[in-house]
Design a protein around this ligand. Structure first.
Ligand SMILES: C[S@@+](CC[C@H](N)C(=O)[O-])C[C@H]1O[C@@H](n2cnc3c(N)ncnc32)[C@H](O)[C@@H]1O
Length: 342
């Protein structure tokens, strides 16, 4: 039997434990594209997904989809992910999104500890049922007449907040949400004495690299932050927004950037998506950086040292050089982007 928490999430509907409301509309928080989503639901299901690639795949399947929840509904589905505060925030938001008399269905894979979330919800709200299939648990409950106080706490704990002695704004669930990533910190140690002109930060997260660049280099005329996670980008706005040189782009970097536009590009590329390692994502970032740099532009990259990026760098840049190799990371500078690189 395959692992499929999405299939488990919608089983209570298929098995008749919960029904479509009279208006035939439902919300799906934490939505991901999945074969379990029936095309016939495209007119009924509004999906919420802050990650641009998954958002765009859901939109391509015909679903209404938004990076954050704005609507309410009488039926709400919540798919749990890996991060505890993010999950509790999603559950609390799911209850808040329910209209009176509405129903919340929650599911998560066994490996993320779905049974633990079921217990936590059952301690606050009487469950109407639960099931265990596809290596996942689904459980459901009606909207309580009065909201249990713990739901407000869960919501607050998932919200953006100040981290690292109050220096930065971040949010549970985004990359390195409660700390400066050590790889990014190492990259800033190897920034050259001068950086200026137009700059891009690919996979900018909550903005650490860009904020450091802006702080250190007055010759930067403009810096574009590209980031797939709308929540990270909102934090980056809070961290850099006052600096008029910064622009924020909710974008899938591998889908392409403005051609031959930048003097400098920095990146700590992603190498995971969901449960799996995705070396091709970092390789796509390298190709995108090469195509977006001006002929004399330079690319500064940090990566976990075992990631195989060298062949891709050779394919897309005439030269690249290791600036540092240690603490589990490598810092690489690449120059002379090849003109046929995309
Ligand atoms: C290794 S993290 C680096 C984050 C940030 N630069 C830092 O130093 O903390 C990679 C970032 O890329 C983002 N990301 C993942 N896939 C992406 C894509 N296809 N396009 C743009 N950003 C993406 C992730 O959300 C994550 O914030």
């Amino acid at each position: 039997m395959s692992h499929d928490p999405v299939r488990a999430l919608f089983l209570p509907l298929g098995d008749g434990f919960v029904a479509w409301p009279e208006d035939h509309r439902a919300l799906f928080l934490g939505a991901v594209p999945d074969a379990a989503l029936e095309p016939a639901w495209a007119d009924r299901l509004t999906c919420v997904q802050p990650l641009k690639p998954a958002h765009d795949r859901l939109a391509a399947q015909g679903f209404a989809v938004a990076p954050e929840r704005r609507d309410t509904a009488a039926l709400v589905f919540v798919l749990l992910g890996k991060q505890k505060h993010e999950n509790l925030g999603l559950i609390a938001d799911g209850f808040a999104a329910l209209r009176p008399g509405g129903r919340l269905v929650i599911a998560g894979a066994n490996e993320i500890g779905a049974a633990r979330y079921e217990k936590m919800v059952a301690a606050l709200v009487p469950l109407e049922g639960s099931l265990f299939r596809f290596h996942a648990r689904a459980f459901w409950a009606a909207k309580p007449a009065a909201e249990p106080a713990d739901l407000a706490t869960w919501r607050a704990e998932a919200a953006p907040r100040r981290i690292v002695d109050g220096r930065w704004v971040s949010q549970p669930g985004v990359f390195a949400w409660d700390r400066v990533d050590p790889g990014s910190a190492m990259l800033t140690e190897y920034f050259p004495p001068r950086i200026g002109g137009t700059v891009a930060d690919l996979g900018a997260g909550w903005g650490y690299l860009s904020a450091t660049l802006i702080e250190r280099y007055p010759d930067i005329a403009a810096i574009d932050l590209y980031e797939a996670d709308a929540r990270s980008l909102a934090c980056a706005r809070a961290n850099l927004g006052a600096d008029g040189r910064a622009s924020f782009h909710w974008a899938d970097v591998t889908a392409g950037l403005p051609a031959r536009h930048y003097d400098w590009i920095v990146s700590n590329p992603p190498f995971h998506e969901g449960r799996g390692q995705r070396v091709d994502l970092g390789q796509g970032f390298i190709a995108a950086a090469s195509a977006a740099l001006k002929p004399g532009g330079r690319f500064l990259l940090v990566a976990n040292r075992q990631l195989p990026y060298e062949a891709t760098l050779s394919r897309h840049f005439a030269s690249h050089q290791m600036l540092a190799d240690g603490r589990g990371y490598k810092v690489i500078a690449a120059s002379a982007p090849k003109s046929s690189s995309r």
